[in-house]
Write a new protein. Sequence first.
Length: 197
Amino acid sequence: MDLRHLPARADDGAIHVVVESPRGATVKLKYDPELGVMTVARALPLGLAYPYDWGFVPGTCAADGDPVDALIAWDAASFPGTVVRCRAIGVVKLEQDRKGGGGRIRNDRIILLPVKYERGAPVHDVCDLPERLREEIAQFFLMTAVFGRRNPAVLGWGGAAEAERLVDGTRDDAGRSAPPARGKAGVRTRRPRPARR
């Protein structure tokens, strides 16, 4: 099974995130759909490690041609290949050089919390996080690419609603045509489909 083709959302509207590099990893792992496993993309610069689980939202295709990047901002670590049901709290707006030249391209990263994470219950938007933490997350994204040729720049932050729009606007799975509606506890849920006759 190709993990990229899992649905972007669960039936209750939660966002699926496939973990590539877990919290504490000092190498960037990347899903290789041809092999069906995680592979080592590169080592991070000395002294850097992923502060949180890092991966992607399956069933999406971002402006750079890859699935939407995702950071699960919790104090636990999972494992590569794990699918975590999450809720979006914000987005880091990032721009970088296109592969092979030809101008700049957006490569935004959504920030999420697991649906089943009681310590994160008070956090509904990235604005609920300390400003210093937001600054450190943004700097982490820049520092991991410091030796690359993509020249990334952070353009700012967007809140939970903007992150939700990013996910839904990039969906290439079967649920794209039916935009989610709000359900209990602020989690988006899919609109009911009419019964077949």
